[in-house]
Design a protein around this ligand. Structure first.
Ligand code: NAD
Length: 258
């Protein structure tokens, strides 16, 4: 039977890749995020072509608790429940702590960390009623280790791992698992956009940002692909993963082995 999968921040990059993977498996998908209306509609329609019985778009802003509640309630109204919740929406800002704009700090914490609390508090009652559920938080290698100039991102991603563990314990006897995925660098718009800022902060060329900063600790010297992250989300959502809870899976080319 088709599951219902909500993926936040899925009009682009990793989130869209995850939505595509679930659609290919025949699940209903609710996508979310920003972008040009015609591009979002094309992405939504493609999910139905790939195999989703129905794909829905909801434009909830992940900084807005009321809009997040409406996203989950719209999914419930349309499909009856939410079987899989993927917290993925994200942005980045690269600056020294003393130069870090306060409103950027608040925005990153809201989108990367608080939004997962809000989606979860609205979704957990539905999953409890159904007696099963999968919550997958797209964290980052930066949920485990730090890099300079990314204070809000690193703090939020460490927080996501704490939230993941807490929720897993609270839900351990309910048939709901809660886990995180910690990717290393994946070449998505989020990463492409931070290359010029990182080059400026470090006084190096944009090419050097890729080879000497991003891939320096990625021991394989390769970027992670969107499809590899999506395959891990599919696995965590599968029956085979039912005893995996309160943990993370790293896909980082050996970065955090060091
Ligand atoms: P991306 O920029 O391609 O996609 C981000 C998505 O989030 C887009 O759909 C965007 O519209 C959406 N979004 C941004 N602000 C939003 C808001 N306020 N409300 C709702 N949606 C919003 O980025 P990506 O690289 O695919 O990142 C996805 C997730 O993966 C993020 O949580 C990111 O931290 C994480 N991640 C990315 C990498 C990487 O190297 N790209 C590595 C580790 C973790």
């Amino acid at each position: 039977m088709a599951r219902t999968v909500v993926v936040t921040g899925s009009t682009s990059g990793i989130g869209l890749g995850i939505a595509r993977a679930f659609a290919k498996g025949g699940d209903n998908v609710v996508i979310n995020g920003f972008g040009k209306p015609e591009e979002i509609e094309a992405a939504r329609a493609e999910l139905e072509t790939l195999g989703a019985p129905k794909a829905l778009y909801h434009g909830a802003d992940m900084t807005r608790p009321d809009e997040i509640a409406d996203l989950i309630h719209t999914a419930e109204k349309t499909f009856g429940t939410v079987d899989v919740l993927v917290n993925n929406a994200g942005i980045q800002h690269v600056a020294k702590i003393e130069d870090f704009p306060v409103e950027k700090w608040d925005q990153l914490i809201a989108i990367l960390l608080s939004s997962a609390f809000h989606t979860m508090r609205n979704t957990i009652p539905l999953m409890k009623k159904a007696g099963h559920g999968r919550i997958i938080n797209v964290a980052s290698a930066h949920g485990l280790v730090a890099s300079p100039f990314k204070s809000a991102y690193v703090a939020a991603k460490h927080g996501v791992l704490g939230l993941t563990k807490t929720a897993a314990l609270e839900l351990a006897e309910t048939g709901i698992t809660v886990n995180a995925i910690c990717p290393g660098y994946v070449l998505t718009p989020l990463v492409e956009k931070q290359i010029p800022d990182t080059a400026r902060e470090r006084g190096i060329s944009e090419e050097a940002v890729k080879t000497d900063v991003m891939l320096r600790l990625q021991a394989t010297k390769e970027f992670v692909s969107i499809e590899e992250v999506a395959a891990t989300a599919l696995f965590l959502a599968s029956d085979a993963a039912r005893q995996i809870t309160g943990t993370h899976i790293s896909i980082d080319g050996g970065w955090t082995a060091q």
